[in-house]
Write a protein that binds this ligand. Structure first.
Ligand SMILES: O=C(O)CCC(=O)C(=O)O
Ligand SMILES: [Fe+2]
Length: 405
């Protein structure tokens, strides 16, 4: 499979011919789980500007960057230097800043409330406990540009979420009530409705270093050879519902690769900042009983470039208080099944095929049905030292459940 097999969609079609857009989206999400989306964002300089903000931040001295350190933040937000993350035991090479939804109760002045939330139960309420650590004193524009960008991308994500329902022959309300309480003001729905929550988005600004480290140790004869790739981030599936990535492409081959139909394929870069790279996460796969795919992907820095690669994934999630579980079997059995049947296990309950099984679940999955618990578990597992430092009263069981010690 070649790089051009990642489909290219255009959000303009969603507005001009929704059923045609929905059918393109259905094919992309069912067969590949990844697609590129022309986004039409306004102002159209915004994607470039927000990437520039990220680039400027990463060029700052370490003592400034550490002023917004992730380590200090009980809600897993802020700056993380190179070399603190790994995927499946292999070191990742990236530095990043992470932000997420700020909940009204958690403004800095409500420190009494913060105190309450550090002891909160269920534990996922602690994800609301700290405001985003913005670099206000030395780069205030990072906050304004990032928040403008997030607002734009969340609007795109809302359209995709509705379209995913339509692609399964469902009313968009089926998902709307899990993502946004205001969408269903007169209906009894789930906890989102009661708590008045919004989609729990999180955004990362990531810088992958240049791949010139190996040349320092090579003899002159070796210098003509390509350096061995470095792992920006190891192969994984995203644990959220939908991810939308903006990448800068001033040079280099991008580095993002997708594992589809048995092969690693390069995500094309030539569309630049006019497209968002979109992929489905484990929640979407589980919800659709495997009809849509959460496709493994990784970032490998292969070529020598002069500048680090900057990327901005936005992770779009339902409300923290929502639950995500497989749809009823009857909601999916009528769907057209295009891709080859893959059986992940000899256990027939794990089979993915023409007739999704009643108790469908992801292979090797420890996804928890509570969105809040699942989100907290993923963060705690990726950053055990932050979890241990700020939540010493908690521990994670092997199945991902977070319990009091
Ligand atoms: O940087 C990218 O292009 C993708 C990053 C990614 O897959 C992730 O952070 O989950
Ligand atoms: Fe990812």
């Amino acid at each position: 499979m070649k790089s051009n097999s990642i489909p290219l969609l255009d959000i303009a079609l969603y507005h001009s011919n929704r059923s045609a857009f929905v059918e393109e989206l259905r094919k992309a999400c069912h067969n590949v789980g990844f697609f590129l989306l022309k986004h039409n964002m306004t102002p159209n300089q915004l994607p470039k500007e927000v990437l520039d903000e990220g680039r400027q931040f990463f060029q700052r001295p370490m003592d400034e960057k550490k002023m917004i350190s992730y380590e200090q933040n009980p809600a897993f937000r802020g700056y993380m230097p190179l070399g603190v993350e790994n995927t499946a035991g292999q070191l990742d090479h990236r530095e990043q800043i992470e932000y997420a939804v700020e909940y009204p109760l958690h403004a800095p002045e409500s420190s009494a409330t913060n105190n309450f939330y550090t002891k909160a139960w269920p534990a996922y309420h602690r994800l609301k406990s700290a405001p985003n650590p913005w670099p206000t004193s030395f780069q205030p524009s990072l906050q304004t540009k990032t928040m403008d960008y997030v607002q734009n991308v969340c609007q795109v994500a809302d359209c995709l979420r509705d379209s995913l329902c339509l692609a399964m022959g469902l009313d968009p309300k089926v998902l709307q009530h899990k993502f946004n309480s205001s969408s269903l003001s007169d209906e009894i729905s789930n906890d989102c409705y009661r708590e008045g929550e919004v989609p729990h988005w999180a955004i990362k600004m990531i810088s992958y270093p240049t791949n010139d480290h190996s040349s320092k140790n090579e003899s002159s004869n070796d210098r003509s050879r390509s350096p061995s790739p470095i792992q920006g981030v190891g192969a994984h599936t995203d644990t959220n519902f939908l991810t939308l990535v903006l990448q800068d492409n001033e040079e280099g081959d991008g580095g993002l690769q997708v594992f589809s139909q048995g092969e690693w394929i390069n995500v094309p870069t030539h569309h630049g900042t006019n497209v968002l790279i979109c992929n489905l996460g484990e929640q979407a796969e589980t919800w659709s009983r495997g009809y849509f795919l959460a496709t493994p992907h990784r970032v490998l820095m292969k070529s020598r470039t002069r500048k680090p690669r900057i990327s901005l994934p936005l992770f779009y999630n339902p409300c923290l208080s929502a639950t995500m579980e497989p749809l009823e079997e009857s909601s999916v059995e009528h769907l057209q099944w295009d891709r080859p049947i893959i059986v992940h296990s000899t256990d027939e309950n794990n089979a993915i095929g023409n007739a999704p099984k009643k108790h469908w679940r992801r292979p090797n999955n420890t996804m928890l049905t509570s969105v809040g618990e699942n989100t907290f578990k993923s963060l705690a597992r990726s950053h055990p030292h932050v979890f241990a430092k700020h939540h010493p009263d908690l521990s994670i069981l092997p199945d991902g459940k977070i319990v009091k010690k």
